[in-house]
Design a protein around this ligand. Sequence first.
Ligand code: ACO
Length: 325
Amino acid sequence: MKNIEIVSVGKYVPKKKLTNADLEKIVETSDEWIVTRTGIKERRIAGEHEKTSHLAIEAAKEALHNAKLAASKIELIIVATTSPDSNFPSVACLVQKAISAKQAVAFDISAACSGYVYAMSVAHQFLLTGMYKNALVIAADQLTTMIDWQDRGTCVLFGDGAGACILACGKRKGILSEHLESFGEFGELMKVITPETRHPSKPKHSSGELPYIRMRGPELFKIAVNSMADCVEQALKKAKIKISDVACVVPHQANDRIISGVARKLKIPKEKFFINIEKYGNMSAASAAVALYEAIEVERIRKGDYVILVAFGAGLVSGAMVLKW
Ligand code: ACO
């Protein structure tokens, strides 16, 4: 069996910060409510002309730079996003063009907040079969463009950002296992309401409204805790690793209380989890990618460590991956 490792990582977050104090001026909320219910203090918001592809391109450039790899050598580009610039071209093709990765095959995948784990898992399979030698995997989202800024139940939660990694065959152990789960039957719990569908029988498009996110938070909360914990347990079983051997768990950052719930369910101290939700909120697919980047940056992950990446998102979809660093 080949070893597929993370050769390098990259990240990009927009400069503009939106603090809880800023949100207090937009909806009836408070810093105290947001911090105690979610752990979020501020989030980043992309500039007016900064699309998801811009975030993805910057994260990709850093991952390439850190790998000392020319873009022309990249064979596969997968972007996990549910907020592409437009339906097509894909964000992956926009990245391919921007970095001149001419020999790469490029496509997007949609798995909401679990996108990074899903995209890494898809790339992993391509590399294991030998179809491609390396992959640039990017998670980029700008859910703030889909927010109903009058809905205090959702507008305080999300931020924009991107994370990336280069995967390739290596000598170290790399990805040891992955476990993915999907629950289409719960799709109604979090969805994007799209404007009235265009149809030849209705040539005039009436609403003109942007699509916006609707979420049944408390119901999602319970499923998130259970399915993230289950994915971790299943992935550990496949890797034949005990939870006590794991040095760091890098979770999707939807809510600090969800992370506490997963820690309790797995019977491990919360200190094992890397958490940066206070700075960014929920960046959808990018959350786990940026968290992994920062966990490495501050040396919460060191050579030889067992690491778990775990996520949960709309769909509903969840997944976990066991890595040997
Ligand atoms: N400020 C102040 N009060 C608020 C706010 C706010 N921003 N938002 C809601 N409230 C109020 C509600 O109106 C409610 O008031 P009421 O009791 O008078 O009716 C009260 O606070 C409690 O509301 P709940 O929704 O029950 O609050 P909860 O503790 O469940 O927290 C939250 C809400 C943060 C959304 C939580 O349920 C959660 O994190 N859910 C999971 C989210 C998630 O995992 N999403 C999926 C991933 S994202 C993706 O895939 C893209």
